[in-house]
Write a protein that binds this ligand. Structure first.
Ligand code: RAM
Length: 924
């Protein structure tokens, strides 16, 4: 029996046991979260949170709930002083608005919830959970920004811009009595690490991350109660360029940049009162620390000869250090508590193999393209420089291929102060790589695998979903998608993590959003990206290409639409209307921008088109070739219609009826204009070059009449057949290809495209050695080597958007109503797959679908969480019986037959765990 299937069954069995065990017990709600799904957050950003919980396994549904909120734990559940919702008779378990007393900065709030089930039976109170607010307004900050004096910034980089050497800053303080509680509120223009009495505060890296720093900077809150003691203490920090002050893409090198600044506020409650230490001119600073340079693109240089000894501790003599300069806070730059997960060290990968194509320059292979920094332990000789180079791929002669990093040097250096083993890891940079080359270590030593370890860094999500199947390459694809997501969710969603780019490209973000929400609990992350997008929207409604905006004022169709598509996807997958409320104005302004670029509802605007479509008809200008063969106005008009439709649906959810009518009319008008201009009566495109993406956009966005759609699908199938059933799609066409074919009854064709091994296809890149998603289907080929274009990333998540379809259709877990309140379990066996399974931690609880085909029998195991109704579509020869939980299926209280076709049973099921067996009709 298939081992993956067995694992799936084991998971189901465990769930089944807990289901049976807990049935009818007076249990309590579980998984209590705040707002976008945060658990007991510290430094929370919002004084009007929402509350969510899950019902215990085995509970069918909720008929009422009660929430109690208090300012101290002892008051719960009986004396809530902030809010008592009373018994509220409905089944809402998600995003219940707080309606209690006004909450303020620093406040710690405790809450509990209980529910009544569908039979009116009350549960116990949940566990007590809490959240603590950060500093919510600029007015809460008492200190100033501090930095080294500009007069000391008199060195220049190789590119002639001011060199911002990392600043070492310290402040000694005395605490007059015993500490009851201490919080450090802190942020930087740049990136920082803070320490108290020599120990690092928190476990975050590259804080505070990247927002549009001229409008909003995220602030962090740390509980440092255990780090501060009565008597002398030292608070210190290292501050480097980061995104704010360093080189970012087109922000050219010689441009005048904002120097890094630090801001912090240490609030200590003692037995005598409160002591507050802030950043001000009493702080000392030096540029003479060991980290000599640190830059996101170029890497870090550490010179151990500059070691500052115990500079982070009390008895250090800082008399040689300078006094900092201060700068007042600006009212126009909002200091807002960071509203999403920080980047952390998440995983480690040991070295797999070592090669040495050039003597003295061993290359360490981790077997996996990943993002982060290495931990290095090598023997060195005093005064020598260790050079640490990174590469995603190797040249044919086995040496490092670094051409695709373009202007990013991506090299770290360590200069040894003495003979012996060093142990070091860079702090203020990150690299995208699979290989590391070392040189400059003690030449007498033989390279060992434990000299380097990859420390994988990404935003600190909880993983939500998993997918596995009977097919090794499909599983490799799932792994590549996952690594593509890990590598590109580094505080913002990036196009790629390695070259001189690493930007929040909107187009890439919108295509990957649905897949990402299955992968992990990314609501807070995306909500923050959208907040930055709102801040960066231009007065005419344009959405810059990248968020935060580092490029300029242009806007492209298919890219700017992220401002509509991502809020809608989040709403649909979480059920939270707030994301629509927050972004509704931005969506409408974006529609205004489209309108300003359209004539007769045909849009002419900047368009990246079907970016990187393979086999374009040659054009002279390589920049244009990258945009594929689908005309820009076609893409723009199609996306205009799509944006109007989703904004209209959002208006429906928000009850904005006038807008609904206006947008419905506009949508019809655009459809009409689109159909008339781009399609003839036979459903064929009127443009000279027919592209797959033209048909895909028209069909996926529902822009043609029903009759024309049926004709158009034939044309699509014809031109796919002309390519021997291969895709010819780029960034915009690829994610929708499977959905269109599937919806049009062409799922077999989609399977044949998905399982293709030849170019261009998902498995083709895998056959060339891919361990992540690549920017191009042929970024590298065993036959011809590397793609010639300078744009050649080996970690670009866009084509990973196929994950969306794999989870929803191959495994078969598909949301039908917002928040997975209604789901469809409709798995899709097809050659050459014999099994697939997925589980997903949905807002209402775990959903599972696991199927296998064996001797023409189709087995399906399903888990449906509390509160959820599911439609199950079970492939079967319906002349034969359906077996359910071991007996011939009969309608019962939990599960009903809705209909049957020749090849499937359609059932409606209530929460529970079910096992089915049917006779499969298709020959395998
Ligand atoms: C490239 C980026 C990105 C794409 C844009 C249009 O520079 O890598 O993936 O969205 O161009």
């Amino acid at each position: 029996m298939n081992s993956k299937y067995l694992v799936g069954c084991a998971v189901l069995l465990v769930l089944l046991c807990s289901f049976v065990q807990h049935r009818n017990l007076n249990q309590a709600p579980t998984n209590l979260t705040i707002s976008e799904g945060l658990t007991n957050p510290l430094g929370f950003y919002d004084s009007s949170p929402t509350f969510s919980w899950k019902l215990p396994v085995g509970t069918e549904s909720q008929s009422a709930y009660s929430i109690v909120v208090a300012s101290s734990p002892e008051l719960l559940p009986n004396h809530p002083d902030l809010w008592n919702s009373g018994k509220v008779n409905n089944d809402q378990t998600l995003f219940v608005n707080y309606k209690g007393k006004k909450l303020s900065s620093r406040q710690k709030v405790y809450w509990q919830v209980k529910f009544w089930d569908n039979k009116g039976k009350a549960s116990n109170w949940s566990e007590r959970t809490h959240f603590e607010l950060g500093l919510l307004s600029n007015k809460d900050w008492k200190g100033n920004w501090i930095s080294v004096s500009p007069t000391q910034l008199n060195e220049f980089t190789r590119k002639k811009s001011v060199l911002f050497r990392p600043q070492y800053m310290r402040k000694k303080l005395n605490v007059d009595s015993n500490v009851k509680k201490a919080r450090l509120y802190i942020t930087a223009r740049g990136v920082f690490e803070a320490y108290i009495n020599g120990l690092k505060v928190g476990t975050d890296v590259m804080t505070p991350g990247w927002t549009p720093t001229n409008k909003n900077i995220s602030t962090l809150t740390y509980d440092v109660t255990d780090m501060i003691k009565k008597g002398d203490n030292t608070l210190s920090a290292v501050l480097a360029e980061g995104w704010n002050s360093g080189r970012i893409y087109l922000r050219r090198d010689a441009e005048k940049k904002d120097a890094p600044f630090l801001l912090c506020q240490l609030e200590i409650q003692t037995t005598k009162g409160t002591q507050t230490i802030v950043t001000d001119k009493t702080w000392k600073v030096t540029l003479n620390g060991p980290i000599r340079e640190a830059n996101i693109y170029d890497g870090e240089t550490y010179n151990a000869n500059f070691d500052l000894g115990n500079w982070k501790n009390n008895n250090y003599d800082d008399s040689e250090w300078s006094q900092v300069v201060e700068e007042q806070l600006s009212e126009s730059v909002l200091l807002l508590p960071k509203r999403y997960q920080t980047v952390k060290n998440k995983e480690i990968i040991p070295v797999k193999t070592i090669t040495e194509p050039i003597a003295g320059k061993p290359i360490f292979n981790f077997g996996q393209n990943n993002v982060g920094v290495p931990l290095i332990k090598v023997p060195m000789k005093k005064g020598d420089t260790l050079t640490v180079r990174f590469a995603e791929m190797l040249n044919t002669d086995g040496t490092m291929y670094t051409g695709n990093y373009r202007g990013a040097k991506s090299t770290d250096y360590y200069i040894a102060a003495k003979d012996g083993m060093i142990e070091w890891k860079p702090t203020f940079t990150f690299h995208g790589y699979q290989y590391i080359e070392l040189s400059g270590f003690d030449s007498k030593a033989k390279p060992q695998k434990d000299w380097v370890t990859a420390i994988v860094q990404y935003s600190d999500f909880n993983l939500n979903g998993n997918f596995t199947s009977s097919h090794t390459k499909l599983n490799q694809l799932q792994s590549n998608i996952t690594w593509g997501l890990k590598g590109n969710f580094f505080d913002i969603p990036t196009d790629c993590p390695q070259r001189d780019e690493r930007l929040g490209w909107t187009g890439d973000a919108q295509v990957i959003a649905p897949t990402s929400l299955f992968f992990a609990d990314m609501y807070a992350f995306w909500a923050s990206y959208l907040q930055s997008m709102r801040m960066e929207q231009l007065p005419d409604g344009a959405i810059p290409h990248v968020i935060p905006n580092a490029l300029g004022t242009e806007s492209s169709s298919g890219w700017g639409d992220a401002c509509v598509i991502i809020p809608w996807e989040i709403y649909f997958r979480t059920g939270d209307k707030r994301i629509l409320e927050d972004n509704y104005d931005m969506m409408n302004k974006w529609l205004g921008y489209y309108a300003s670029k359209s004539k007769g509802n045909i849009v002419t605007m900047m368009a990246f088109g079907d970016w990187l479509q393979p086999y374009t008809i040659p054009k002279d200008n390589p920049k244009m070739t990258r945009r594929g063969d689908t005309p820009g106005d076609f893409v723009s008009t199609a996306y205009y219609a799509r944006a109007v439709e989703l904004t209209m649906k959002s208006a429906q959810v928000l009850g904005k009826n006038e807008d609904v009518n206006r947008l419905k009319e506009l949508h019809q008008a655009i459809k009409k204009a689109f159909d008339a201009k781009y399609f003839d009566a036979n459903g064929r495109t009127t443009t000279k070059i027919e592209t797959q993406t033209q048909y895909l956009l028209a069909l996926d966005f529902g822009l043609l009449s029903k009759e024309k759609s049926l004709k158009a699908i034939d044309h699509l199938v014809r031109i796919i057949a002309d390519c021997d059933n291969h895709l010819r799609t780029g960034f915009l066409g690829t994610p929708i290809l499977p959905f269109v074919l599937d919806n049009m009854g062409q799922s077999d064709l989609m399977y044949s495209i998905l399982f293709k091994e030849s170019y261009p296809s998902w498995f083709y890149s895998i056959n060339q050695g891919a361990t992540t998603m690549w920017e191009r289907w042929d970024s590298y080929t065993l036959k011809d080597g590397f793609h010639k274009d300078g744009m050649n990333s080996f970690n670009h998540y866009a084509y990973g958007a196929i994950g969306h379809w794999m989870y929803e259709r191959i495994a078969g877990i598909k949301p039908i109503a917002a928040g997975y309140k209604e789901i469809e379990i409709s798995p899709m066996p097809g050659l050459p797959l014999t099994s697939a399974s997925a589980t997903y931690d949905s807002p209402y609880g775990k959903v599972g679908s696991s199927w296998k085909l064996e001797n023409n029998q189709f087995y399906l195991d399903v888990v449906i969480p509390s509160q959820v109704t599911a439609t199950l579509i079970i492939p079967a020869d319906t002349n034969k019986d359906l077996i359910s939980n071991g007996v011939i299926f009969k309608n019962n209280q939990m599960i009903q037959l809705i209909k049957k076709t020749a090849n499937a049973y359609y059932l409606k099921a209530k929460p529970g765990i079910y096992q089915f067996k049917s006779t499969y009709f298709k020959p395998q």
